[in-house]
Design a protein around this ligand. Structure first.
Ligand SMILES: Cc1cc2nc3c(=O)[nH]c(=O)nc-3n(C[C@H](O)[C@H](O)[C@H](O)COP(=O)(O)O)c2cc1C
Length: 326
């Protein structure tokens, strides 16, 4: 070990606090951290795995990867260099990563990144109607690539058409499945510091801002509109393997991409249902990716809406519940 200075407990606490602001599926926050004198270990917390829609733990691991990215950015902002070992122990698969911390220098853009990660949210309203230029989408895909993930913008009209159709089919299938609906409802409007609060979903009365999303009430007769608008940018994360190593990379790439998007005035919304439903996952792989790779996450990207109230901030469990100091 090269690090000599002990990492103060307050620093570990602050890094984990920033990491907990990461996005996670249904805001489940499926992570646990263990802090030592020079390290932070990240574990998957299987208690928060969604058994109906995420039996493999793909979305759980992507969520943890997002927290891993935010932890690294936070450490850098606080003047600590990081070296990360991912899946360091095959005998302990839930140990997803070990971050080794050594004294370094805070980067000049650190505060801006911290502010953007704090401001980031999942804004499910209809985006502003200006299309996102292809070059911007390619730039976001490159950011993910810098973090080891592979992503590509879907710009071809026929690919987009197929992707939209599959997104709709996946949403319809899940709405028709009582067990999946029950699982989702369990994570809506919770009193504690997790789940998706009503105020984070598009306002029922704000018609101009309405946009179809996965938390729509299945009983509603009037469908608010498309899940994907013609002007939305679409980016798919993919890999040659559909395994935990690839999922963790997607999470880090997703979070880095989301940070880049936020700094650019763009919004990003994951559309994971199409990957969760085996039939649409398979169709996406064949019809959109030509069977060349596994799709792992689809996201839509657009310009931040200018009018109306932004979504409420989603809550997080306190650091004391997710950080153990040894
Ligand atoms: C792996 C993953 C999958 C997600 N899937 C969806 C989705 O299909 N639809 C959606 O509206 N939000 C989705 N989200 C966004 C989460 O619901 C959101 O991050 C969480 O509620 C916390 O809110 P925040 O992003 O505003 O902090 C996903 C997030 C992650 C990390």
């Amino acid at each position: 070990m090269t690090a000599t200075r002990l990492v103060p407990v307050e620093t570990l606490h602050r890094i984990v606090e920033v990491a907990t602001r990461a996005p996670s599926v249904h805001n489940t926050q499926p992570w646990l951290w263990r802090g030592g004198s020079h390290t932070l270990e990240l574990f998957a917390d299987r208690r928060y795995q969604l058994s109906e829609t995420d039996p493999l733990g793909r979305n759980l691991t992507i969520s943890c990867g997002a927290a891993l990215h935010q932890a690294q950015v936070a450490a850098g902002a606080l003047g600590w260099s990081t070296r990360v070992a991912r899946h360091p122990d095959p005998a302990e698969p839930d140990l997803l990563a070990v971050i080794e911390l050594s004294a370094g220098v805070a980067s000049p853009t650190a505060q801006e990144s911290l502010d953007a990660m704090d401001a980031r949210c999942t804004d499910r309203r209809r985006f502003n109607a200006w299309p996102v230029p292809e070059e911007r989408l390619a730039h976001l895909a490159r950011i993910a690539h810098q973090w080891g993930a592979r992503a590509v913008a879907l710009t071809d009209e026929s690919e987009r058409y197929i992707a939209e159709r599959l997104v709709r089919r996946a949403a319809d299938q899940q709405r028709a499945n009582p067990a999946i609906r029950a699982e989702q409802e369990h994570w809506l409007h919770r009193p504690a510091g997790d789940g998706v609060p009503a105020g984070a979903l598009p306002d029922q009365v704000e018609r101009a801002g309405r946009h179809a999303h996965r938390f729509e009430d299945a009983a509603r007769e009037v469908h608010p509109g498309a899940e994907v608008e013609a002007t939305d940018g679409l980016i798919v994360f993919f890999d040659t393997h559909d395994d935990p190593a690839a999922w963790l990379r997607v999470g880090e790439g997703l979070s880095a991409m989301w940070l880049g998007a936020t700094l650019d005035g763009l919004c990003l919304v994951p559309l994971s249902q199409v990957i969760e439903v085996p039939e649409t996952l398979q169709a996406f792989q064949v019809e959109v990716l030509g069977s060349l790779a596994h799709p792992l996450l689809l996201v839509r990207v657009g310009w931040r809406p200018t009018g109306g109230a932004p979504p409420d901030r989603t809550l997080r469990r306190p650091v004391s519940e997710v950080l153990e100091l040894v």
